[in-house]
Design a binder for this molecule. Structure first.
Ligand SMILES: Nc1ncnc2c1ncn2[C@@H]1O[C@H](COP(=O)(O)OP(=O)(O)O)[C@@H](O)[C@H]1O
Ligand SMILES: O=C(O)[C@@H](O)C(=O)COP(=O)(O)O
Length: 430
């Protein structure tokens, strides 16, 4: 193993913010020192990078496909200039995409720019219940199209057949790397990839139902210029670099300790977050509820939330999280986009008000909410630390005075996630 400062080996482009953190977590678990940049790093930040893997977090999941392609190609250019040997395009483990893309168009544009003719598409993440079998995506025991994702406001997923979904977004031929090949070992996978290439397939959906499948896929794909998928497909990649003697002998999850006040901010209305809020309330811990209708009526909700936090010596939860029916009522009243923006802006302003009051450890629930909070806090780069729950690591911001953050995708984390995350950020062993 080596110990000199690293040039990045793996360059990653993520289509959303908590998704980027999820991928970064997987790489750190495998022993790669990883940083996550909010957009393309500035020259100042780039000069200070020392990482085996860089994840550029974009917000390109639901923008028009040409914009997603443009932003992704800019990120690719930056990563290649840094010498990355392999590129990973990270999207959601529930394959969230609009009817017009963006997974197909971005994958094909990246392939072309890399002068490559083939890649895999695999959103499987077995630890969080996402499995791909015979090209169909399951969320726990249900097909994607019956999992609740068919009702997603921005990216409704009404077809679980990923070959069909990806083909509808792609110019090139989409094929299937089926489970019977994946389960037969690395050589069989490589042979099947050679066949698929010969048949003119450019994008192959890969079956995977276990971590062992993902490790085999990762090993078989060591030589591919581009991989695309959920964080699960990255499981096997650190070992490829380790086998090639390119990884350093260090604790990849080491991050600076951060002192200061603590808070939990929840702007996700997903099922898992609703459960986590309920657990916090049942434990009798202090919580302040943001009412979007009060915000819309111009009431001083932000000031009230800050005063509530100031009145408590212990960490508080500030949440907009509501049941699906309550959210629908608010959306009918205010409009979906306006309601979402108002809550996100409020969360951002509360985060920066709390920062001014000395808070330095933030647990945030929700992808869009995390984006709003991180932007309000002016964060450019995150060093990725140890895993809190599958898909969610502890992070520390840099440069400047450090802040500790746990950014949770709405659907991730166990019922006691908030308390567990606060302990992690405080450096208390689990
Ligand atoms: N009570 C509510 N009523 C309406 N919209 C809400 C409410 N609570 C949260 N939201 C909005 O719902 C969206 C949740 O998205 P996000 O933060 O990405 O969470 P998730 O990761 O669960 O999708 C945000 O735009 C947020 O502002
Ligand atoms: O792959 C996943 O499921 C996550 O990493 C992810 O992308 C989640 O997106 P949000 O639910 O919008 O946070």
């Amino acid at each position: 193993m080596l110990n000199a400062p690293a040039r990045p080996l793996l360059g990653c482009i993520a289509d959303d913010f908590t998704g980027a953190t999820d991928l970064a977590n997987m790489l750190v678990r495998g022993g790669m020192r990883t940083v996550q940049s909010i957009g393309i790093p500035t020259a100042e930040v780039a000069g200070q990078l020392d990482a085996d893997a860089i994840v550029i977090a974009l917000k390109s999941r639901t923008v028009p496909a040409p914009d997603a392609v443009k932003e992704s190609l800019e990120a690719l250019r930056w990563l290649r200039e840094r010498g990355c040997e392999q590129i990973f395009f990270k999207y959601c483990s529930t394959f969230d995409s609009t009817a017009a893309g963006n997974i197909g168009p971005v994958s094909e544009a990246l392939l072309e720019a890399l002068d490559s003719d083939f890649t895999l598409a695999c959103p499987a993440f077995p630890e969080n219940g996402r499995a791909v079998f015979r090209g169909h995506l399951f969320v726990q025991d249900q097909l994607l199209s019956e999992s609740g994702m068919q009702h997603h406001p921005l990216t409704p997923m009404t077809d679980a057949n990923l070959v069909r979904v990806l083909q509808s977004q792609s110019q090139g031929k989409v094929g299937l790397l089926r489970y019977d090949s994946v389960t037969q070992g690395v050589e069989r996978i490589r042979a099947r990839i050679t066949q698929l290439r010969a048949e003119g397939v450019r994008l192959a959906v890969a079956d995977a139902v276990s971590d062992a499948d993902l490790h085999r896929l990762g090993e078989a794909c060591a030589g591919l210029a581009l991989l695309t998928g959920g964080s699960g497909l990255a499981l096997g990649l650190p070992d490829n670099f380790r086998r090639a003697g390119k990884l350093r002998d260090l604790d990849a999850a080491r991050v600076a300790a951060v002192e200061g006040g603590e808070v939990v901010l929840a702007g996700s209305a997903s099922q898992a977050t609703n459960g986590q809020v309920a657990t916090w309330l049942q434990a009798g811990r202090p919580a302040f509820r943001i009412d979007p209708l009060a915000l819309a009526a111009g009431q001083p909700v932000i000031e009230q939330a800050l005063a509530f936090a100031g009145d408590h010596a212990e960490p508080v939860l500030i949440y907009a999280t509501s049941s699906p029916d309550e959210v629908k009522t608010v959306q009918r009243e205010l409009g979906t986009e306006r309601a979402g923006n108002m809550v996100e802006q409020a969360m951002g302003r509360i985060a920066s008000g709390l920062h001014q009051a000395g808070v330095r450890r933030f647990v945030v629930a929700g992808g869009e909410t995390s984006g709003a909070v991180v932007q309000a806090l002016g964060i450019q780069l995150l060093q990725i630390g140890a895993q809190i729950d599958p898909g969610v690591p502890a992070c520390v911001s840099t440069p400047g005075e450090p802040m500790a953050l746990a950014l949770k995708s709405g659907n991730f984390g166990g019922p006691d996630f908030f308390a567990k995350a606060l302990k992690h950020l405080a450096g208390v062993p689990a």
